[in-house]
Write a protein that binds this ligand. Structure first.
Ligand code: SF4
Ligand code: SF4
Length: 435
């Protein structure tokens, strides 16, 4: 049964005859008919708070029952736009008997963080959902497609189930030398933490190659871990696999401890989030930057041989923007490219829409398809196309493939999806982005 997808209009009642009398002046007002229009009264006695006890007992699950139903979270929830969702509706569901531990709704939240931004009661779905999902994982009641990703991550150290020895296969097409620390362990300035989708996905590999060329052109001293790299696993953590995340973290830290570097730079906002916010809670402190931040600090040194001459719109990744407050660096880079006309979408920056990939959503499109009227990525691509842009620029490795698929399925093939690193590289080398 679909959870949502087609909204039910509210029941509207009108009193045929209604007179309101002022208690002060005694004056009467006729508010009959449409003047008395109101929504049908809600039954407020048909709920129980019993369902919250098991959730509130979990570390991170406490805040769901803080909800007092103001409804601010619903219109900003990207999932609600294509379904029936938002913390208020989940809260109401639990009040009226929804077993969140076994409900399909448990897997639909992308942990995008937009509800927390507006919630006066600090109901924190970024903590509630992973806490409940962890129990569902332990009980074995998780979607099959997510289970497979967890197994691949456990076995191979990456969500795609690729051979770890092929981690740095992408470097062969970079046309610049990319140092692998295991082969040359000298101290390095920038440890480029490539993460899964730039390492293995064909479109991600192109962005990784572009980024390596940019670093080389700026004389940045950088190196990668190659086969020693494993995913930082933040999306697996938010999908409920805290144990797997922590095991990965110990392995990552052990590898990192072998080398000397000044900072870690990653293209993946999820990995960036883990390094900035989660690793320090476990005593692991590294200077971490998103790749857009490193490049934005060097933009004055970039030499562009060509122009892009394109209208461009930019999708703020939830885990770069809302979760880590970085909105300017990607825009600074785009504005530096000659011939870029930057057009903002209505939903941008703090209120950016979500591509649907966070919190495990990257691997749940099939599961969620029964519950949404369209994928979040499809919704976002239509918003991008409505700006009249030629290019949808992204700064998260999940997004190129998500949005390219969505551009096809929504009939917007004319909209090119490109990572900012690719766009910079094309303009620096005077290539034609249309070819
Ligand atoms: S914004 Fe917060 S308090 Fe208001 S309905 Fe949503 S979760 Fe409840
Ligand atoms: S975190 Fe995002 S997807 Fe999840 S309930 Fe809040 S607004 Fe909706």
């Amino acid at each position: 049964m679909p959870i949502g997808g087609s909204k039910q209009p509210p029941v509207i009642t009108e009193l045929e005859e209604a007179i309101v009398v002022s208690q002060l002046s005694g004056r009467e007002w006729d508010v009959s008919g449409s003047t008395s229009r109101m929504l049908g009264s809600r039954v407020l006695t048909d709920y129980s708070s019993a369902g919250f006890a098991k959730i509130a007992a979990l570390e991170g699950g406490e805040s769901l029952e803080f909800c007092y139903g103001c409804g601010k979270c619903v219109p900003v929830c990207p999932v609600d736009l294509v379904s029936e969702y938002g913390p208020r509706k989940i809260h109401r569901g639990v009040q009226t008997g929804l077993d969140l531990f076994r409900a399909d709704e448990l897997w639909m939240c992308t942990t995008c963080g937009n509800c927390l931004r507006v919630c006066p009661k600090q109901v924190n779905m970024i903590e509630v959902m992973p806490a409940v999902r962890e129990v569902a994982m332990a009980d074995g009641t998780i979607p099959e497609e997510l289970q497979q990703v967890m197994e691949k991550t456990f076995r191979y150290g990456n969500a795609l189930g690729e051979n770890p020895r092929r981690r740095h296969a992408w470097t062969r097409g970079a046309d610049v030398e990319v140092r692998v620390l295991a082969n040359d362990p000298r101290p390095v300035d920038v440890l480029f933490y490539v993460e899964d989708y730039w390492s293995y996905h064909p479109r991600g590999q192109q962005a990784a190659q572009a980024f390596a060329r940019i670093l080389a052109s700026l004389d940045v001293d950088f190196a990668i871990l190659g086969a020693e790299e494993k995913t930082l696993g933040d999306s697996q953590r938010l999908a409920g696999e805290k144990g797997l995340f922590e095991a990965l973290m110990e392995e990552v830290v052990e590898v990192l401890s072998k080398y000397q570097f000044k900072r870690i730079v990653t293209p993946d906002p999820h990995g960036f989030n883990a390094l900035r916010k989660v690793y320090p809670k476990h005593g692991h402190n590294f200077e971490a930057l998103h790749y857009s931040q490193l490049l934005a600090s060097m933009v004055d040194r970039m030499e562009f041989q060509g122009r892009l001459d394109a209208k461009v719109t930019f999708h703020d990744p939830c885990y770069l923007g809302r979760h880590n407050g970085e909105y300017e660096a990607p825009r600074k880079l785009l504005e530096a490219i000659p011939g870029v006309d930057l057009l903002e979408m209505g939903r941008c920056r703090e209120n950016s829409y979500c591509c649907g990939g966070g919190g495990g959503g990257m691997w749940l499109d099939g599961f969620n398809s029964n519950h949404v009227s369209e994928r979040l990525s499809e919704r976002r691509v239509r918003e991008a196309a409505d700006t009249g842009a030629d290019i949808l620029a992204v700064a998260c490795p999940y997004e190129v493939s998500r949005f390219e698929d969505a551009a096809k399925s929504t009939g917007n093939e004319h909209l090119r999806v490109m990572d900012i690193a690719e766009m910079l590289d094309i303009a620096m080398r005077a290539q034609d982005w249309r070819s």
